[in-house]
Write a protein that binds this ligand. Structure first.
Ligand SMILES: *Cc1c(COP(=O)(O)O)cnc(C)c1O
Length: 397
């Protein structure tokens, strides 16, 4: 009997949808011209690029299509956003949060070494930042505030539109506006993005998190935002991201977001249901656990659970042997034994943090998948705990 395989790591990456692959295919073989070339080959590619940009702009409600900069990934979008605005604007102060993805966090730590001042906002136990704290921390030197739309480890959605509104008010009386960036890599395709409602100047997404291909992302840059490129080359992408465009990737990403936006409510409803089933099952079947995800204020697909008296890595490996793919905290943090910076920020105990697993659901998951997980997980957790001296001494008479 072949074992069931259940992929529950969609926040790390997703497969590419068939419709997306089909949309991309012609741009590998038939339509391969360089979009900067003036002959017909080039113009065909250029047409696909222009159309994608227009469609993509509409999908996130950007006012102008040239506000969309196609990039190579979410990490690159984040880097261009932060590092790009610093030399072009007055001031040396950056505000971000303690729970950002490493693409932001490490960028900010690097900039601190280069002499910039960075403040890292704390969060409440749900992982949400506080508007008053932001207001208090802004100075005349503040260039940019970067706050993720939803967290990749626990799924918390941040109040971006409220912050955007607050900043618009604050900027009315400032000589140099505070710019606002959000890393929306975990919300694109799960929440309908509207850059105008969110009130952001810059917004990052990455295709491989919403059933598009790897190696392509986008950065929204509101018209009039002062920003410089990170590297020099041709005049591609409004001079912000030189290099021959990845037309197939860009077409694929646009198609993926279009499909996701069309299906957003039915898809979320399904995923919410599966996550509830998983959460309720874990709560009823396994003792000594903490649910880290505030399911009322998070994206639909993430459930972070801490299993006390367990190493998350051991649990991950044993689940993997049963065909179940999950992650500890986040894919980018795994491999390190440091407790997750996100769990630390929400005040999770080190004991609990150690045994944390992120389940992230996606399109192809079914109720039967969750049944299988709920059958395997209690058994595996129990087995790992039996090997733990702390667990055993706790229950010795
Ligand atoms: C995955 C992720 C990134 C990085 O995106 P890449 O395309 O893999 O570079 C950035 N931010 C968040 C919140 C993510 O989840």
């Amino acid at each position: 009997m072949t074992k069931r395989k259940v992929y529950l790591d969609h926040s790390a990456t997703t497969y590419v949808r068939k419709e997306v692959i089909e949309a991309m295919m012609p741009y590998f073989s038939d339509i391969y011209g360089n979009a900067s070339s003036f002959h017909q080959y080039g113009q065909e590619s250029k047409k696909a690029l222009t159309q994608s940009r227009e469609t993509f702009a509409k999908l996130i409600n950007a006012e102008y299509s040239d506000e969309i900069i196609f990039t190579s990934c979410g990490t690159e979008s984040d880097n261009i956003a932060i590092k790009g605005v610093l030399p072009a604007n007055h001031g040396r102060h950056i505000i971000t949060t303690q729970i950002e993805h490493h693409a932001i966090l490490y960028t900010c730590q690097y900039l601190e070494k280069k002499g910039y001042k960075v403040d890292y906002l704390s969060t409440d136990s749900a992982g949400k930042v506080n508007l008053q704290e932001i207001k208090n921390i802004i100075t005349d030197e503040t260039v940019i505030i970067s706050i993720m739309h939803a967290n990749n480890e626990i799924g918390t959605i941040e109040p971006i539109a409220e912050i955007g509104q607050m900043l618009r008010e604050i900027n009315k009386t400032r000589k140099n506006p505070v710019l606002f960036h959000t890393d929306a890599v975990q919300t694109a395709g799960k929440i309908k993005l509207d850059v105008q409602k969110l009130g952001v100047d810059l917004l990052s997404v990455s295709a491989h998190k919403f059933y598009g291909p790897k190696g392509v992302g986008a950065l929204y840059v509101k018209k009039g935002t002062k920003i410089e490129p990170l590297f020099q080359g041709g005049h591609h992408e409004n001079n912000l991201k030189p290099g021959t465009e990845n037309i197939a990737g860009i077409v694929g990403m646009t198609k993926a977001l279009e499909l996701a936006n069309n299906e957003i409510s039915e898809e979320n409803q399904k995923i919410y249901g599966l996550r509830k089933k998983l959460k309720d099952g874990i709560l009823s079947k396994i003792p000594e656990i903490t649910i880290n995800t505030n399911t009322a204020e998070s994206v639909s697909n993430v459930l972070s659970v801490s299993f006390n008296y367990i190493e998350g890595e051991s649990l991950l490996l044993m689940l993997d042997m049963e065909g179940i793919a999950v992650s500890t905290g986040s894919a980018c943090a795994s491999g390190s034994t440091e407790p997750s910076h996100v769990l630390k920020a929400i005040g999770a105990s080190p004991l609990a943090s150690q045994g944390t697993i992120r389940f992230s659901l996606g399109k192809q998951n079914t109720a039967e998948d969750i049944d299988y997980v709920l059958e395997v997980l209690p058994r595996v957790v129990d087995r790992v705990r039996q090997m733990s001296p702390v667990w055993n001494s706790k229950f010795e008479k």
